[in-house]
Design a protein around this ligand. Sequence first.
Ligand code: BES
Ligand code: MN
Ligand code: ZN
Length: 498
Amino acid sequence: MDISVKHQEMTTALANVIVLGIFEDDKSLSPAQKKVDTALDGLITNDLIKNEGFKAKFSDTVIVPTRLKIPADKIMLVGLGKKKEFDCNKLRELCAKIIKQLDKTLNIKNVCIELLGLKSENFDVLSCAEAISEGALISMYDFDKYKNKKNVVQIKKIKIITEDTKDEKAAKTGVNNAKIVCSAMDFTKDLINEPAQNATPENISQIAKNLSNDLGLTFKMYNKKQLSEMNFNAFLAVGQGSEAEPKLIHLIYKPTKKAKKKVVLIGKGITFDSGGLNIKPANSMLTMKTDMSGCATVLGIIQAIAAHKPEIEVHALSALCENMPSGKSYKQGDVITAKNGKTIEVDNTDAEGRLTLADVLTYADELEPDEVIDIATLTGACIVALGQNITGIMGNNKQMIKKIIETSEKSGENLWELPIYDDMQEMLKSDIADMRNTGSRFAGASVAGRFLQNFTKSKNWTHIDIAGTAFIDKPYRELNKGATAVMVRTLTKYILSL
Ligand code: BES
Ligand code: MN
Ligand code: ZN
């Protein structure tokens, strides 16, 4: 499916369908819509709005043939809802719905969407074109690799039409941004959806290496022996029950000019989380191939960053391993000395993510970054608190968190801050070590955050818990069910804004 911007009269556009947006509380037509209406002898104003009573409530649609009066076969009227409530996020969601609906409609291969009619006072041309394209591209994602019957996308071309030449440049930038971030999201989703039998530490490392070669990034990988020499003891403890060898991957994007800032991204990379000896019940284990979503996310982000080439140095790190029960597994009660020297009593082998992240946070300190962001499917407690459509964010810098949340509002991703209190360290007290790896049943997402804080020296550290949002079992807005690539959009935008 290709998306482009074209400066053209709507009445001359050659397409199977042209899409025109109408506001519920202001049904006056844009100049381009007026011309179409005139050419169609008042089909929009008279027939559809006046006689048929098209209300233009949000996501109302009606498709009518043009009977050869203009080159396009059909017009589709789309209700945009109330003008004040309409924003980029609504537009993105709406476009996803329209494109899905049209893709199922017979013989729709070319779609023209009028830009100006969809623009509102709440956003500019660039954001409008970006949202239209994101909606279309995100909605068409499907993981059919293992199906004999492939899902064929019928729509081949989407043209965003602008009758005003001065909008063309901004619209093109918007479309291009969307293409970059959506291809990164597709990459992330593919990796998350891939079964754990194939998405092993070894194979993901190879995928990351290939990605680095394609994008001209620096790639480093450390194997078990090297990691042991580098004191990644907490990470290695988690991986020791598995047949698969743990790997640490480190990708670096460096700008050609001197970097204004250095950002380190860390993604949780548990390629399968059985719980270890504290084995999970079957239902909870069912989706645990997705426990490397953080890793897939940081790889997606660095891919988008490499395409944008900002003057920011970006590092993507992930400690990849399997959490499995076996005769070699780490056990409850074991005491491990993390890379930074702090000792941890293993209270529960299923709280493995924070152990792997702990050592990577220490490694990140050595890179002397300006900012550190970790992304992890860390706690079931975060899902209990915020559900499947809101991501948890916490950390040690209010300003940084605020800025990331503000960016998420433009990306259409929901982020909500959870607190970390210093005295939560009490809950992590151990009788025989500096701390244990779990607290009580309560405030689980925050306590996990408090645990991680012990392992970073950065004053600008943010932790993002995507346990609920990385993989969803019901479609949400523009997202289909399955892997969502949540935070790829927000964090790419955030890094570009630094
Ligand atoms: N990977 C899980 C968290 C998770 C749960 C992600 C559901 C996605 C969906 C994590 O490793 C885990 O098992 N956390 C435990 C921690 C507990 C033992 C303190 C949890 O949340 O139950
Ligand atoms: Mn676990
Ligand atoms: Zn886990």
